[in-house]
Ligand binder design. Structure first.
Ligand SMILES: [Zn+2]
Length: 59
């Protein structure tokens, strides 16, 4: 918990996330923050984050 980002340092790093349509289950992969979470091309429902794919944690 606690998704506090110290807003310092310009890190231009995209994270791949898997998004899923909660209605029909359509899956897609996007890169944040470059891309916004899209709407489902099948049924037009706002998709939700399903899984974070990039396991690289910068410590
Ligand atoms: Zn859908």
């Amino acid at each position: 918990m606690g998704q506090q980002d110290k807003g310092k340092g310009k890190v231009e790093r995209y994270e791949a996330i898997e998004v899923k349509c909660p209605k029909c289950g359509y899956l897609s992969i996007i890169y944040i923050p470059k891309e916004d979470i899209p709407k489902c091309p099948e049924c037009g429902t706002q998709m939700v984050i399903n899984e974070l794919l990039d396991e690289g944690k910068s410590y």
